[in-house]
Ligand binder design. Sequence first.
Ligand code: GCW
Length: 682
Amino acid sequence: TGDGYQAWLGYHRIAPGNVYEQYAALKAITVNENAEVIRTAVTELSRGLQSMLGYEPVVEESGESAGSIVLGTFGNNAIVDRTFAEDTRSAIGPEGFAIKAVKENRSIVIGASTAPGVLYGAFHLLRLMSTGEAVDNLDVVQNPVNQLRMINQWDNIDGSIERGYAGKSIFYKDNRITTDLERVRDYARLLASSGINAISINNVNVHKYETRFLTEAYLPDVAKVAAVFRAYGVKMFLSINYASPLEIGDLTTADPLDPGVREWWRAKAAEVYAAIPDFGGFLVKADSENRPGPFTYDRDHADGSNMLAEAVKPYGGIVIWRCFVYNCKQDWRDRATDRARAAYDHFKPLDGRFMDNVILQVKNGPMDFQVREGVSPLIGAMEQTNQMIEFQITQEYTGQQRHLCYLVPQWKEVLDFETYAKGEGSPIKRIVDGSLYGNRFSGFAAVSNIGDDANWTGHLLAQANLYGYGRLAWNPELTAEAIAEEWIRMTFGGDEQLVRTIRGMLMDSWSIYEDYTSPLGVGWMVNPDHHYGPNVDGYEYSKWGTYHFADCHGIGVDRTMATGTGYTGQYKGPNVEMYESLASCPDELLLFFHHVPYTHVLHSGKTVIQHIYDTHFVGVERAEQLQAKWSELQGSMHEGLHQQVAARLAEQAAHAKEWRDMINTYFFRKSGIADQLGRKIY
Ligand code: GCW
């Protein structure tokens, strides 16, 4: 259909006479286990095969008969056990799977050590078919690289979504948890099919009624949502309010070292686990942007998180504690305070003090999900502490799903960043997968970009970010191109020109957006509060610590040790010098690290001011080209899908001009330096 609701699980009908029709294995499903997640795998397989091939496979219990997809866990299914030798089985972790096409009896066998592994195997087989891959020679073993592959919803019970750009919440309606769980189930399918295994279902800013999710007024409904996700192997978490003992208990303090407070949380955890035995744990934003936390009691983040960790420990629960902690009441006149330093300065000294079921969740950059910023130096800086990375799928600062911005290339740059945390060979991806320091818990989290818009993400092409996030969390080695291509084939089918065109558009989109927005890593320059659209000085005299310091001579934030805030000193090894020195600082981050004159010459050979003009003119042209490329695809997909994207791309091209002209005019007026090419500046 033309609304995009099926997203990448539309499983387009493959033209009759296709290779799969000859393959007997695809005519039946053999399964002898009843675990809920295995039943889900069967349902998904049946649904996908029927949709692609036009007939419903027979589901049978015993599978000695040839020509079937056989599903099962090791030790519970004779065919599975016979198919996979001991060395294969021992290579498969808790969520991994093996798939083998067995020629002799024309079957495909999916084996795993757990039910979720079987489900991931089933989705993998479906993905191969829906991207046109052969399945008659399969011999695959896969394990997820990251243990936690989590989604954070920033949804509020009134149905609004903080930084949501795709409609209202699918979880809440009329100040209640929704009882119509159909859409939540469809979301669980999308998540599981891309490899996600955990979700927190409420905003990290936990307001009055959401604080009560931990009480009997809401717990039964919360448990119903957990049950929907459970069927897809997705564990549920809640964001909690640090001040809960005051707000929903009758205590007068939330001091983490107070025995009464600790006891209150233990009892609360017992209540939650009684309702949801496999509950994941708590996600906490504390002492951050006016949220309550342990600072009120002169305690620190280790005290606060350990108290909660102790409460959930008996149930195998974990506490995910966010590190987005900084002074949000800064005086813009104060040039010594640097928000970029804050997370490291707060948390690094606490290394070694966190319980082993606490994970620190650190945003990919030290500021806040800008189109370009440095990589957070906190990631990898705490050898004795579990860490996970936080990305933002929702496009708060990257065009709010009105502009196209495929974020997988950005995330990959972050993941591949060499930190030197343990010498060479310490990229971010090896820290967050837990392998560098041998962490007990680790992984990925990201803020979701979905809402109740028919196509989930507002901009249809923004679905690629949700899909891509899951795939990257499963395997950070996948390329951004390969992920894009999978998503395109699954979503639109396999027309080669279409695949090439959309892949090119996605791959160019981040750099296009960067071209016409804030230059050279300096960030911000957006309208305050809602963060959409250009406003160069929107945050320049604010309390948020987000400045560019442009004057008539130059621009940028001096974060060097020599003359600036000293932030560069938070990096390790050669990175310190790379950023400290103007000579080696990469162009794209120049203004993030240095304050330079407009006449400063970049590695590219251009001056800063000419770079600003050029990228802004080119950025608009490139945005217009996106529109032109898309129009060539008319007729190669459902008209409804084509139209919705065309409308967004038109808006983007128009709005890019607004960015271009405001930024260019601002800097022309500040600097008085003319564009070498004499283009129109207002
Ligand atoms: O990016 C900022 C957002 C806030 C958000 C905060 C956070 C949930 O503007 O809306 O609050 O970050 O990550 O806590």
